[in-house]
Design a protein around this ligand. Structure first.
Ligand code: CTP
Length: 230
């Protein structure tokens, strides 16, 4: 008889990687979105898989080729869709990489039916905040969460530290705004004990694929430690 609750440090670590933007609808054609390409999350998923992990991707509306041919992938459009997927999936995983760029506001009462016409009176959109997702997830003591922060260059570290506390994550991958849509990243990893890791001598820009491999390697010892009784 198998016991599914029994801890098993021999099985691969299971990573759940969210990536890409959310689109919050206005009407059936238009949405509020952001410029996230999803590329950094996808590179991290690939690097984690290369390291022997089992990886499921939750992908927002981004146009990265190859996403849909990933072995285990689900798609979301809105923050509400993502929250629902995470509520179901997160209990079954060890590591969450929360790279999704969740919209900050949604339109009250959306989606409006049909398509608002150009010659109609321009609509006045009433917005409401999108609730925090990662900071409100139920997380066990043996699960590890990597948050992300996208910040103006001179505020990256201070704001990442703030987000680390508010979102109750194990570490934050902090990027400057310049990384948006690009193929390069200047990511640093900010830890709760005050450490800040850079991928090279300094936090210069490097290919996202290279930075992603560094991130996976840098967080792995802490994951092995925290998830040892998985
Ligand atoms: N995040 C989340 N739920 C939200 C907004 C963001 O879980 N409603 C997560 C993101 O996936 C990311 C982290 O929180 O891991 C930081 O996201 P970011 O957009 O940098 O910060 P915000 O919390 O949205 O704050 P602000 O936009 O004011 O910087």
């Amino acid at each position: 008889m198998t016991n599914t609750n029994k801890s098993n440090p021999e099985r691969p670590i299971r990573w759940l990687v969210t990536l890409g933007p959310t689109h919050e609808p206005i009407d059936q054609v238009r949405f509020i979105g952001n410029r996230s390409s999803g590329r950094m999350g996808f590179e991290i998923a690939k690097a984690a898989k290369e390291s022997g992990a089992q990886v499921r991707i939750l992908a927002g509306p981004c146009s990265l080729p190859k996403i849909d041919s990933w072995t285990d992938v689900a798609r979301f459009q809105t923050a509400a869709d993502l929250r629902k997927l995470l509520t179901t999936d997160w209990p079954n995983f060890d590591v969450l990489v929360m790279a999704a760029a969740v919209a900050d506001w949604r339109v009250v009462g959306a989606p409006l039916v049909g398509k608002i016409r150009r010659d109609a009176t321009p609509p006045v959109l009433q917005l409401e905040p999108v609730a925090e997702i990662v900071g409100n997830l139920q997380t066990r003591h043996n699960q590890f969460v990597v948050g992300f922060a996208l910040e103006p260059k001179d505020e990256v570290i201070a704001n990442a530290r703030q987000k680390l506390l508010v979102k109750k994550v194990d570490c934050i991958v902090a990027n400057s705004l310049e990384t948006l849509e690009g193929a390069q990243s200047d990511a640093r990893i900010v830890w709760g004990d005050g450490r800040i890791l850079t991928h090279g001598e300094s936090s210069e820009f490097a290919a996202k694929s290279k930075v992603a491999r560094w991130i996976v390697k840098a967080v792995s010892p802490s994951i092995t430690q925290k998830c040892r009784d998985r």
